[in-house]
Design a protein around this ligand. Structure first.
Ligand code: IPD
Ligand code: CA
Length: 286
């Protein structure tokens, strides 16, 4: 039996609204714990939302596998080829703790490790992003992505006219911290990349939606997991954007490769990707 992607998307939208209400109800006075280090945070709400989502998905789709950030066991949980829901119950947990209104629930569905349905809901702004492989991507059901349309006669996408999403992530030492710091510096410098600016929305899913919408031109990060990118990936591609590796030369990245560069739809996309890779100082190693 092949999966009915439209029906799955509708189910995920309903589930995202229910979970979103739970997330919204809890913000404002949130206590937290840390995981790997003092900037890798988790709250009771992350676990409660994942439990709710996992139970509902298992009841409705017992034939499909499930992977979620909070139930992931390093070295044990493996992403397989079988149809799999890939879930981040709260992406942007640090934002959630600080009441910075850019956290969301990210619900993805993948087949053969390729994302085919994505639903991302920010309950604070009431933004519901959806995408289905081959059927386009939308904001709030009706606004087709990208939202930002090309201006006639505008130059193609290049570093010098780009607004770029970046994140420090949670690893603040070693080679990855060095590569990120030096690359950010190179991208910003007047005599090097000279990009127009950086933005950090604090959520991989929100960054990917912003690239899909055309509000960011690109987003580069190392250190994410499949649940951070699965849903956003299909939304991005259905908006004409492209996901490549966060390391030079990786044109066809695996879902769980942990290093990504997302670029919005534009005629200049391919040369932009090569120019961006040219600015990466050293090699990320996740
Ligand atoms: C994190 C956010 C953040 C990104 C990290 C993710 P979480 O997810 O998406 O923007 O920099 O790589 O781990 O912890 O908020 O679910
Ligand atoms: Ca999370």
């Amino acid at each position: 039996m092949s999966a009915d992607l439209e029906q799955i998307k509708d189910f995920l939208v309903t589930l995202a609204k229910e979970a979103g209400a739970l997330i919204q109800a809890k913000t404002g006075r949130v206590s937290y714990d840390d995981k790997v280090n003092a900037v890798d945070l988790v709250t009771e709400t992350d676990a409660a939302v994942e439990a709710l989502v996992a139970a509902k998905l298992r009841a409705a789709y017992p034939e499909y596998a499930f992977m979620g950030e909070e139930s992931y066991v390093p070295g044990e949980t493996k992403l397989g080829d079988e149809p799999t829901f890939i879930v981040d119950p709260i992406d942007g947990t640090t934002n959630f703790i600080h009441s910075f209104p850019f956290s969301c629930i990210s619900l993805g569905f993948a087949i053969n490790k390729k994302p085919v349905v994505g639903v991302i809901y920010n309950p604070f702004l009431d933004w519901m992003y959806t995408g289905i492989k081959g059927k386009g991507a939308y904001l709030n059901g009706t606004q087709r992505l990208p939202l930002r349309q090309p201006v006639p006669g505008a130059p193609p996408l290049e570093l010098a006219n780009a607004l770029v999403g970046i994140e420090w992530g949670t690893q603040r030492d070693g080679v990855n911290y060095k590569v990120k710091s030096e690359t950010f510096s190179k991208l910003a410098a007047a005599d090097k990349g000279f990009v127009q600016g950086f933005r950090s929305l604090g959520s991989a899913a929100m960054n990917l939606c912003a690239v899909a919408a055309g509000q960011l031109d690109a987003y580069w990060e190392g250190g994410c997991y499949a649940w951070d990118v699965c849903a956003g990936w299909v939304i991005l591609e259905e908006a004409g954007g492209r996901m490549v590796g966060g390391r030079k030369g990786v044109w066809d990245p695996a879902m769980d490769c942990r290093m990504y560069l997302a670029v919005r739809g534009d005629a200049g996309q391919k040369p932009f990707i090569e120019a961006f890779w040219g600015q990466i100082e050293g090699e990320l190693d996740y």
